[in-house]
Design a protein around this ligand. Structure first.
Ligand SMILES: NC(=O)c1ccc[n+]([C@@H]2O[C@H](COP(=O)([O-])OP(=O)(O)OC[C@H]3O[C@@H](n4cnc5c(N)ncnc54)[C@H](O)[C@@H]3O)[C@@H](O)[C@H]2O)c1
Length: 442
């Protein structure tokens, strides 16, 4: 099939590469000139393993090309995939301007494509409303809402081996074309209506956010009882009915999807007068968890000392996961402004970003070229990323560079508590941790 994929972000570029690899002739449409230029120059505009080589190969083979607009994407695509962003507004409502603009461009195509697939995450009822309108109605029998479930850092693998394929259709007409588009991808299918498909996408992310928030309750429970959070999470996650994924002690959930999609659901509930008490509680808990590291800092250092600007806090890492450079809704976006507002002087080390980029993101922070320079003279440090440089560091030497009380807040629970305490650091994690006792046969 000739396929145009509108939007070349994490989802759209993955789809373009995946579809071209499956043998379709694909045009990736991208309106951001810098992103388009990078792609045409065979550069992946973000960190995503495995994409570089595939992009080279597909461009060389002619199965993939890029264009700035759908109108210039080449003659009459058989299918158009919409994968533009649906970012949150301050109220939590997703901003659907890009989705509506892309759909208007699809509706203006002559001849009309045989299949229109929307992959952007949109609130329940968005597809049905558009299909009932003047622009959407003619495409009703060609439309499918097929949400994307990829994980950043494993995007291509998730495209090739998804846990399920969801097709939300107004009628059975386009199903053979949807199957043809996804040919070669083996997964269980869920064929349903567009609104149910939209809800499936939100349900998945809301559930994962709930697991992270529940783990945060376990952190509090362990703090209150003195139980070991590592043992509790391992012991709970080994139950196959629960599973270890997303059962982790961190400062809230992060990334471009979980915070945005839970806020969108909470907004939908407020708007429509429905009550989603679990989702509401998860969104509220998330805000509290995000600030747990700040509470630990003020508890140890005293709010007055922070406010007097006497305290330098070293921030070690900005990424929420080592494998993605996506900082949308990363904990650093909340924590650093909050600490700066408390009066702390911030010094940031982030090995994957240039000093200019760090300064553009956090103008109040000083940039350090290494963990040692970040920690020199700092009274406290926040570990936000489990970078190998930190896991393998000589913490005895680093601790000596710091000023009392030498507080280290490990928001990833990634450093060995006993070894760090032995260096003279005051080690605090997300819940009490003890040296690992192991999970082998009893
Ligand atoms: N990132 C993820 O892990 C993920 C996973 C599942 C679902 N989603 C959903 O998929 C959608 C896309 O997410 P993303 O992270 O890839 O977004 P993104 O913001 O990284 O990329 C969107 C791209 O679309 C481009 N664009 C916008 N309007 C355009 C137009 N009319 N023509 C051409 N290009 C246009 C933008 O310039 C941008 O490069 C969102 O709705 C998101 O919620 C994202």
């Amino acid at each position: 099939m000739r396929v145009a994929v509108v939007g070349q972000g994490y989802v759209g570029l993955t789809a373009a590469l995946g579809l071209a690899e499956q043998g379709h002739r694909v045009t990736g449409v991208e309106s951001d000139p810098a992103r388009l230029a990078a792609l045409e120059d065979r550069r992946i505009p973000f960190d995503e393993p495995g994409m570089d080589g595939l992009l080279d190969r597909l461009l060389a083979g002619g199965g993939l090309r890029f264009a700035a607009t759908l109108a210039t994407a080449g003659p009459g695509p058989d299918a158009v995939v919409v994968a533009v962003g649906s970012p949150p507004t301050p109220t939590g409502r997703p901003d659907l301007r890009h989705v509506h603009a892309a759909l208007a461009q699809v509706a203006a195509l002559d001849p009309a494509p045989s299949l229109v697939m929307v992959k952007s995450t949109v609130p329940p009822g968005t597809s049905a409303t558009w299909l009932a309108g003047a622009r959407g109605a003619p495409l009703r029998d060609r439309y499918v809402y097929s949400p994307e479930f990829l994980n950043q850092g494993a995007a291509l693998e998730d495209w090739r081996h998804p846990a399920r394929l969801v097709a939300g259709l107004s009628g059975p007409g386009p199903l053979p074309l949807v199957r043809e588009l996804y040919r070669g991808v083996e997964a269980p299918w869920v064929v349903t209506d567009p609104t149910s498909a939209e809800v499936i996408k939100y349900a998945g992310n809301a559930f994962l956010a709930t697991k992270v928030s529940f783990a945060a309750d376990l952190v509090t429970l362990c703090e209150g009882t003195g139980a070991d959070i590592d043992a509790v999470l391992t012991g709970t996650g080994l139950d196959p009915r629960i599973g270890p994924a997303f059962l982790r002690a961190e400062a809230g959930y992060a990334g471009s999807c979980l915070p945005k999609d839970t806020r969108a659901l909470a907004h939908w509930a407020r708007l429509t007068g429905h009550h989603l008490p679990v989702v509401d509680a998860v969104a509220t808990s998330h805000q509290t968890q995000l600030l747990r590291p700040v509470r630990i800092l003020t508890e140890h250092l005293g709010a007055a000392r922070l406010l007097a600007g006497e305290t330098t806090v070293a921030v070690l890492g900005l990424r929420y996961q080592t494998w993605t450079d996506d900082l949308r809704d990363a904990p650093c976006q909340t924590l650093l402004p909050e600490l700066a507002a408390s009066g702390a002087r911030l010094r940031v080390w982030e090995p994957s970003l240039t000093p200019e980029r760090i300064t553009a993101l956090f103008p109040v922070a000083e940039v350090a070229p290494g963990p040692d320079r970040a920690l020199a003279g700092a009274a406290a440090a926040l570990v936000l990323t489990d970078w190998p440089e930190l896991l393998g560091a000589d913490w005895s030497a680093l601790a000596r560079l710091m000023r009392p009380p030498r507080l280290l807040v490990d928001t990833k629970n990634c450093l060995p508590p006993a070894a760090l305490t032995a260096t003279g650091l005051v080690y605090r994690s997300m819940g009490p941790r003890r040296p690992a006792a192991g999970t082998g046969p009893g």
